[in-house]
Ligand binder design. Structure first.
Ligand SMILES: [Zn+2]
Length: 134
């Protein structure tokens, strides 16, 4: 019995860990999130298509209308949803780049010339771009 609980514990631990790792990967990797959304849309469409007849049989006309309108929505809006996910991925990438650049610049020990606005070394006495005294 103890062995059984140990196995159950290990399986649950591994599953939880995998779930958390996957969650973090999709949150922090915009490309992966975009791909994931695209795949989810495909899966939804496939499940709907595969079960179209069953759903129709169960729900008769209502089901048919529901399936058709869901398919319509996916046909019309599926691309938009994918585009929105791609756009959000792009924006996330841009903001990550901006933050990275700011951090890099903050670490570089550079200041900006008050005359021409170019980047100069923090300890220089004259601007290397406009030559004015700092
Ligand atoms: Zn200058």
């Amino acid at each position: 019995m103890e062995v059984f609980f140990t196995i159950v514990f290990i399986v649950m631990f591994v599953a939880t860990a995998a779930f958390i790792v996957f969650g973090f990967m999709t949150v922090f990797n915009p490309n992966m999130r975009s791909k994931w959304v695209g795949r989810q849309l495909q899966i939804h469409k496939k499940v709907l298509e595969d079960n179209k007849e069953t759903i129709k049989d169960i729900n008769s006309l209502g089901g048919e209308v529901a399936v058709d309108s869901l398919n319509d929505i996916l046909d019309k809006k599926g691309d938009d949803m994918k585009k929105a996910a791609d756009r959000s991925a792009e924006l996330s990438k841009d903001s990550i780049k901006t933050v990275t650049r700011s951090i890099k610049e903050g670490l570089k020990d550079e200041i900006y010339c008050k005359h021409c606005g170019d980047a100069i070394d923090a300890d220089s006495k004259f601007c290397k771009h406009c030559g004015k005294r700092l």
